[in-house]
Design a protein around this ligand. Structure first.
Ligand code: NAD
Length: 443
C-alpha cells in the first residue's frame, strides 16, 4: 500500500476520527484546527470528545510519528497530496447548509496547495459544492473530490474503518483514484461516482433514515391509540429484508448534529431546483409533533392540568445527549424535551454519564445536572428516560421508587425493563405501548 501525506482540516468528530484512522492505516497525517488549546491537548494525546477507541488511536499515531496537530489549515497543507476538509456545515438562513467554514478553508489554502494535489470535502455539503470549490480554487491542477462521511458518533472509529461503503465522487477520474488508494486498508466496497451524485448520497441517506424514524414514531402513536404494541410490530416488520430492523425504535423524536440539519438542507436544495419533497417535510413535521406529544404525555402524567400545568413540579431526567455513547448535545431530543418541560414550569434535575455537573455549554436554563442518576429521582413527580445509556437499565429501582414523589417512569425510548420497574412498585410508561402498572404486593 502507498503511504500518503495527508492534511485534515477540522478536528471535530469527523476530522479527528478520519485523521487518526488514516494514520492507523499507515499514512502520514497532519490535522489542523483553529482552537490552539485543543491542538495542544491533542498533541499531548488528550481527546476531548467521547469516542470509543479514539484516544488510543490518537496516542498510537503520536507515538509512531504518523499523526500530529497544528493550529490553522495553512500549517497542515504543505507537502500534502490530499487535503480533507472536515469543518462544520451548520444550518444557515432558510435551512441552507452554511458553507462559511468550508469557504474560509478553501480561501486560506488555495495558494498553498501542492501542485497536482487533491482537495476532498468530507464535510456534508450540498450538491454543487465541488463545482463551487473548483471555481473558488482557480487551480486547474488541483483535483476536487466529494467523499461524504457516514460515521455515527459513539462508534466513529469502527464506522470509519469498517464502513458499509466508501463513496468517492469526482469529475476528475485521477483525483477519485488517488482518494480511493487511501482506503486500501479499509474492508468495504468503494463506490466511485461523479461529484454531484456523491454529494447527494449523504443527504439522500440521512433523509431516508429520518423518514424511517418519523414513520415508526407515528406507528407508535397509532399503537397507543389502538392498543397495539410497537415492540411486537417492529419485531415483525423488521424481519422483512426489504425494510430491515435498523432505525425502527420509537423515541422522543430524532436529533443530533446531522439529521435535523441535513433534512432541512435537502428541502432547501430541492426547493432551489423546483422539486417538491413533501415526504421529507412530513418527516420534519412528524418529528416536531413527536417531541411535543411526548412532552404533553409527561405533563399529563404529572401535571395539575392547569394553564401552567407543571408549575413547580419536579421532573427527573435520565440522559441529555442525543443518543448513548456520545457526549454530543447538539439538537438532542432529550434536551428539547427538557426545555419544553421547563417552559411549562417544571424544575428539571438531570443526569447523564457524559455530561459533568460543571458543564453549562449547550444546556438550556432551568436544568440542574447531578452526578448520580438516583439523585435525579429525588422528589420528582416523574422520572423520564431521554437517552438510552445502557447503565440506566440496571439502576436500583427500589431506591428510585423510594426517592420519587410519584411512582411514575416515562421511558421515551422503551429502553428499560418494565417488569423490573413494576416489581419495584413503579408504573412504566413507554412509547407506542400500554403502561405497565406496579405489581401488586401481597402482605
Ligand atoms: P465539529 O463541529 O465537531 O468539528 C468541526 C471542527 O472544525 C471544529 O473543531 C472547528 O474548530 C474546526 N474548524 C472550523 N473552521 C476551521 C478552519 N478554518 N481551520 C481549521 N479548523 C476549523 O463537526 P463534526 O461533527 O466533526 O462535523 C463536520 C462535518 O462532517 C459536518 O459537515 C457534518 O455534517 C459532517 N458529518 C458529521 C457527522 C457526525 O456524526 N458528527 C457524521 C458524518 C458527517
Amino acid at each position: 500500500m502507498h503511504r500518503h501525506n495527508i492534511a485534515v482540516i477540522g478536528t471535530g468528530y469527523v476530522g479527528l476520527t478520519a485523521g487518526a484512522c488514516l494514520a492507523s492505516l499507515g499514512h502520514r497525517v497532519v490535522c489542523a484546527d483553529l482552537d490552539p488549546e485543543k491542538v495542544a491537548e491533542l498533541n499531548r494525546g488528550r481527546v476531548r470528545i467521547l469516542e470509543d477507541g479514539l484516544p488510543e488511536l490518537v496516542r498510537e499515531g503520536l507515538d509512531t510519528g504518523r499523526l500530529r496537530f497544528v493550529v490553522g489549515a495553512a500549517g497542515a497543507v504543505r507537502g500534502a497530496r490530499t487535503v480533507f476538509v472536515c469543518v462544520g456545515t451548520p444550518t444557515g438562513a432558510d435551512g441552507h447548509a452554511d458553507l462559511t467554514a468550508v469557504d474560509a478553508v478553501v480561501e486560506e489554502i488555495r495558494p498553498l496547495l501542492e501542485p497536482d494535489s487533491v482537495l476532498v470535502t468530507k464535510s456534508t455539503v450540498p450538491v454543487g459544492t465541488a463545482a463551487r470549490v473548483t471555481a473558488a480554487l482557480g487551480r486547474p491542477d488541483v483535483g476536487v473530490v466529494s467523499n461524504p462521511e457516514f460515521l455515527r458518533e459513539g462508534t466513529s472509529v469502527r464506522d470509519f474503518l469498517r464502513p458499509d461503503r466508501v463513496v468517492i465522487g469526482s469529475d476528475s477520474p485521477w483525483a477519485a483514484a488517488q482518494v480511493a488508494e487511501l482506503y486500501a486498508g479499509v474492508d468495504a466496497p468503494v463506490l466511485i461516482t461523479d461529484a454531484a451524485s456523491a454529494e447527494l448520497v449523504k443527504y439522500a441517506a440521512n433523509c431516508f433514515l429520518a423518514v424511517k424514524l418519523s414513520y415508526i414514531n407515528t406507528i407508535a402513536e397509532l399503537c397507543e391509540q389502538v392498543g397495539a404494541d410497537i415492540g411486537r410490530v417492529t419485531a415483525a416488520i423488521g424481519r422483512d429484508h426489504r425494510i430491515g430492523g435498523a432505525f425502527l425504535m420509537p423515541g422522543p423524536g430524532w436529533g443530533g448534529s446531522c439529521l435535523p440539519k441535513d433534512t432541512r438542507a435537502m428541502l432547501s436544495t430541492a426547493d432551489a431546483v423546483g422539486v417538491d419533497f413533501p415526504l421529507v417535510r412530513a418527516a420534519i413535521d412528524t418529528n416536531t409533533h413527536q417531541r411535543a406529544r411526548i412532552a404533553a404525555k409527561i405533563a399529563r402524567l404529572c401535571g395539575s392540568g392547569g394553564a401552567a400545568p407543571l408549575d413547580g413540579v419536579r421532573i427527573g431526567l435520565l440522559g441529555l445527549t442525543f443518543k448513548a455513547g456520545t457526549d454530543d448535545l447538539r439538537d438532542s431530543p432529550a434536551l428539547a424535551l427538557a426545555a419544553e418541560l421547563a417552559r411549562r414550569g417544571a424544575d428539571i434535575t438531570a443526569h447523564d454519564p457524559a455530561v459533568p455537573t460543571t458543564r453549562t455549554a449547550g444546556l438550556p436554563d432551568g436544568i440542574t445536572v447531578v452526578d448520580d442518576p438516583h439523585q435525579a429521582a429525588k422528589g420528582a413527580s416523574a422520572l423520564v428516560l431521554g437517552t438510552e445509556w445502557p447503565q440506566y437499565r440496571t439502576l436500583d429501582w427500589t431506591r428510585i421508587a423510594a426517592a420519587l414523589h410519584q411512582p411514575v417512569v416515562v421511558d421515551t425510548r422503551n429502553h428499560l425493563d418494565p417488569d423490573a420497574l413494576s416489581a419495584a412498585g413503579l408504573a412504566w410508561h413507554g412509547t407506542g405501548t400500554g403502561p405497565v402498572e406496579p405489581a401488586l404486593t401481597h402482605a
